[in-house]
Design a binder for this molecule. Sequence first.
Ligand code: NAG
Ligand code: NAG
Ligand code: NAG
Ligand code: NAG
Length: 414
Amino acid sequence: MMLVTTVYVFVIFVIVSDSKKFSKELPNFPGLYAMGYKYLTRKERESNGSRTKEELRPSAVMQKLLTGYVRTDPPSFSTTEVELGVYIISFYSVNEQTMDYSVSMYLRQKWQDPRLDAFSYMGNKSLRMGDKGWEKIWVPDTFLKNEKGASFHSVTVDNRLIEIRAPTTVWYVIKISATLSCPMTLENFPLDTQVCPMSFESFGYTATVMNFSEFKNQEFLETEKKVEMPQFSLIAASSKDCSSNYTSGIYPCLEIKFYLRRDLGYFIIQVYVPSVLIVILSWVSFWINVDASPARVSIGLLTVLTTTTMSSGARATLPRVSYIKAIDVWMIVCLVFVFTSLIEYAVVNVFARKVARPPKHFNNPPPLTPRLPPHHHIHHSGGCGCGNKGSCIMASRDSGNPIVTKCCIVSVFS
Ligand SMILES: *[C@@H]1O[C@H](CO)[C@@H](O)[C@H](O)[C@H]1NC(C)=O
Ligand SMILES: *[C@@H]1O[C@H](CO)[C@@H](O)[C@H](O)[C@H]1NC(C)=O
Ligand SMILES: *[C@@H]1O[C@H](CO)[C@@H](O)[C@H](O)[C@H]1NC(C)=O
Ligand SMILES: *[C@@H]1O[C@H](CO)[C@@H](O)[C@H](O)[C@H]1NC(C)=O
């Protein structure tokens, strides 16, 4: 009777404890576990227990997906469309001398691989492949066509990511820093806008295997909010298909063009304003007395030399291209201005001395006055200290400087 009652109480308790009312509480009841009864919370019951949870682990799903997967085979027999997206982190060191620029970016690639159908295991969740996933599945062999040097980043871990997004989309993101060549035309320097390309091409897969396109649903080209460059502003970007027909076949290619406009600030401060001031400085000599040769010559020479130095300084960062640049035109015009003001002094000086010198026809009279016998008109006129030896300058001492005032021949004819 006692035993029956005990069993009865047990059965009642089991029923009560399994009812919804007490489902949140797990009474520690060693006897029940001993009998093989396992209590499950509602959540655990709904997710079908720990067996299902283990199957949801990424590693387990990857293992299932990769059984029988051959990574050297392209995803499908038809053309695989690889969507490209670029996120620019920073531009730096646009260099005219070597005609290149450096950029730091996230390269995002996205394609469909029907073999990696994770939906049946994961639903719509995304599956991040762990360590070196890019060595386990097919990835496009994209390379930067106009690259001079580039590097991946690996601090603190490899800055790469492969993610499988249901149903079969593969995302591949890499952080790259690259120096890319950018053929520059400097005719308008420093008022120029450079068009710098970034070309992605497939190294080994021809256009029948894969092709490139821009991101369809996401932004194709993004930049950090403020891309700062010392001398340029990024004003626009465009992209075009640059697939080329090589001897070994047609290879897919996508080219992005960045339009970089040079900021004039540096050149206004360092070149334009100083050169204008130096040209104005060279005009100062026009107000200085003709006889002050040292002052006028040194102003002229100094301004010419400064302009020459400044002109070579302004072109120091440029390659030695053979065509005329806008800065050359400006500097040449400045040089012509200061040069002519030096030449002007030379001319003025010569004329001043001409006026000061005795006229040449004093000893050889001009044909206009041959009738007059020489001794008739060469005689002293009042106040003019002319002798018959031909010195016709009368110098009067005025504040210490000899100044030409009169010439005898004038007084003779008048
Ligand atoms: C839980 O298991 C049952 C029976 O095996 C199955 O029908 C149900 O789909 C499973 N639920 C989940 C979420 O996997
Ligand atoms: C790339 O290939 C896909 C699939 O064949 C095609 O739909 C798409 O138009 C192609 N894109 C280009 C740019 O050729
Ligand atoms: C999964 O994604 C597909 C396509 O985007 C959508 O139609 C479906 O409703 C999603 N399912 C769940 C459970 O979110
Ligand atoms: C590519 O070049 C080859 C050889 O010059 C030519 O036969 C072929 O038609 C070209 N293909 C295209 C798409 O231009």
